[in-house]
Design a protein around this ligand. Sequence first.
Ligand SMILES: Cc1ncc(COP(=O)(O)O)c(C=O)c1O
Length: 189
Amino acid sequence: MCERAGRSVTMKTIDRDRLDEELNDDVALVELTQVDYRSGEALDMATITEKVHAAGALMLWDFAHSAGAVPLDVTAADVDFAAGCGYKYLNGGPGAPAFLYVRKSWQGKLRNPLPGWLGHARPFDFELTYEPAEGMQAFVTSSPSIVALRPSTERLTCGSARRWGTFGPRAWPDRPFHTTCRRTTARRL
Ligand SMILES: Cc1ncc(COP(=O)(O)O)c(C=O)c1O
């Protein structure tokens, strides 16, 4: 990252309550966990992303405790990047593939620091040189476990439709997050 930026890059960990004070021209990227697993607190993605953009920085959301548990709209919140794991509420279990969201305007500009065979433009040509695939395919690292992907696929299709029927976006603003989160978890178990 430093090499590409042509200058030194520092990673700073701050208390998230101090975000306003810490945002300045030097900040390139802010990373926050959207749901705090300790308290169930959910951060307001759209408001925080807007604030970060206004300071000239990009926003990366960690959805490890959000995906599969709460409704997420990265387009409405104007999110740049998001990442998360598939083994929690996406039900993939330990070893399940993680996931990444990259806003379309950044695809093709960012380089995958861990390029893998399936991220090659033509993986089955077995070429000796590496040419990244277009779009999100370039971010595939390693060969995903198909067995672990199966329950996640289920969770993202009929599972979500069923659950969001009860706890969906329409009900969302009326409920305190922790209530929704606990009930969702209880239903899941
Ligand atoms: C906030 C957060 N991000 C990401 C992860 C995923 O961590 P790992 O990639 O080590 O499984 C976790 C795991 O609990 C987490 O709590």
